[in-house]
Design a protein around this ligand. Structure first.
Ligand code: ARG
Length: 461
């Protein structure tokens, strides 16, 4: 095995098992680009500040660009025996530039380097997750626009409660996803600070310019405390929690889609390209995508828990425990992207079955509140109206009727305030049309909601 970069004070080679255990190259090599970008900014600043020779700084920058190009073209492969991506890139630079390459790590530690790299890397990931979330909101809005008049039952306790429209139901998810975008923006904002120059933990005696690397790397400001700079992983935890909430929303939505495509509901039909068959039951068409999303949500919660637990006992400043941050946060990021990538086209292609939604809404006395409200509008106190309607529902159940089919005489027998205009007042369409309060299911209110969502989305994008 080649000498480790830190070999000087050691009299033995590292045990191979320790080297394998210690190495993070398997999972941090994905940060190669961020590592090189960070090193380019660092070398540029070192040259500008006269800490290393300007000519050498330029050579380092060129050398780093060459390494980047070679990695991207596949000419340079990661050495699985390297300790991490930082060591790999630096030793490759030294292989190429000799002594000049060895000057790059002046006034820097891997502690501030890794803190920087993760931030740079996740900054791009957040932008991608945000774009995908925005695309999902667009997809939901498009589907909602086609279904503002599609009456369906709204549920509480999984019991039919009051009539709503499919658009109204879908848009509840758009609202959740808007909040997710807000949380992703917040996480991105607090992530966008520069730890570089914190060095190992205590800054440096070299006259570095942290504001210059901050500017070169597009951060808002340098982190104000070098100990915090190297040991803060709040940004990973914040992102993992924003992703966890987003996954929770996708999982709830998935759960509903699973119910909706069952024979018991049949509110929607998944496109054949987004469903799977059974190896034994020829009739089956299974919603595997949504089930996997529901399942993977637990895995992302696990990632969040890993990060929180990993950090809770770590004294300042850097400790190797923190190397565990990457697998957890990268897994959360990969998983949510994977889920969104599949969920969006699945939703866009699913077939809505309005007749079945309407048929379900027509059963189950979903208009009972409206029947009570009819009496209230004629002057009766709500509690009395509620009781009279309850009695009517009881009669309907006994006689196998619905409120729509119960004869007017039966109504009048319970309460003589009823007139034949009650049938119009409790028709499904009236029930939905009348619910025009802000945020409600009436088509006009839903159109207002859609405009609001579009405006908010434009601000958040
Ligand atoms: N691979 C390490 C990590 O991911 C980089 C930092 C190593 N720092 C150290 N002092 N050993 O955390």
């Amino acid at each position: 095995m080649a000498d480790m970069m830190w070999a000087g004070r050691f009299t033995k080679q590292i045990d191979e098992r320790v080297n394998d255990f210690n190495s993070s190259i398997k999972f941090d090599s994905r940060m190669y680009r961020s590592d090189i970008e960070g090193s380019i900014a660092h070398a540029t600043m070192l040259g500008e500040c006269g800490i290393i020779d300007k000519g050498e700084s330029e050579k380092i920058v060129e050398g780093l660009k060459g390494i980047l190009a070679d990695i991207e073209s596949g000419r340079l492969e990661f050495d699985p025996a390297a300790e991490d991506i930082h060591m790999f890139n630096e030793s490759e630079l030294t292989k190429r530039l000799g002594a000049t390459g060895k000057r790059l790590h002046t006034a820097r530690s891997r502690n501030d380097q890794v803190a920087l790299d993760i931030r740079l890397h996740l900054r791009d990931d957040v932008a991608e997750i945000k774009a995908m979330t925005a695309e999902l909101i667009d997809t939901i809005v498009k589907l909602a626009e086609k279904n503002t008049e599609t009456v369906m039952p709204g549920y509480t306790h999984m019991q039919r409660a009051q009539p709503i429209t499919f658009a109204h139901h879908l848009l509840a998810y758009a609202q959740m996803l808007l909040r997710d975008m807000g949380r992703l923006n917040d996480a991105a904002e607090r992530m966008n600070v520069n730890p570089l120059g914190s060095c190992a933990l205590a800054g440096t005696t070299y006259p570095i310019d942290r504001f210059r690397t901050t500017e070169l790397l597009g951060f808002a400001e340098p982190m104000g405390n070098s100990l915090d700079g190297v040991s803060d992983r709040d940004f990973c935890i914040e992102l993992a929690s924003a992703i966890s909430i987003l996954m929770m929303h996708l999982s709830r939505f998935s759960e509903e889609i699973i119910l909706w495509c069952s024979w018991e509901f049949k509110f929607i039909e998944l496109d054949d390209a987004y469903a799977t068959g059974s190896s034994i039951m020829p009739q089956k068409k299974n919603p595997d995508v949504t089930e996997l999303i529901r399942g993977k949500t637990g895995r992302v919660y696990g990632d969040l828990n890993t990060l929180l637990t990993m950090m809770k006992g770590i004294p300042l400043a850097y400790n190797k425990d923190m190397q565990e941050d990457k697998e957890a946060i990268f897994d959360a990021v990969d998983t949510v992207k994977l889920c969104l990538r599949t969920f969006i086209p699945m939703l866009a292609t699913m077939k809505v079955l309005p007749e079945n939604m309407r048929a379900a809404a027509a059963k189950g006395f979903i208009n009972a509140t409206d029947c009570a409200d009819y009496l209230v509008k004629k002057g009766m106190p709500f509690r009395d109206a509620y009781k009279a309607t309850g009695t009517l529902v009881h009669i309907c159940i006994e006689k196998g009727l619905t409120l729509e089919t119960l004869p007017i005489e039966e109504y009048k027998a319970v309460c003589d305030t009823f007139d034949s205009d009650v049938y119009d007042a409790i028709s499904l369409d009236t029930c939905v049309m009348q619910r025009g309060s802000f945020g409600g299911p009436a088509p006009e209110a839903v159109k207002v909601q859609i405009e609001g969502i579009k405006e908010k989305l434009n601000v958040l994008r």
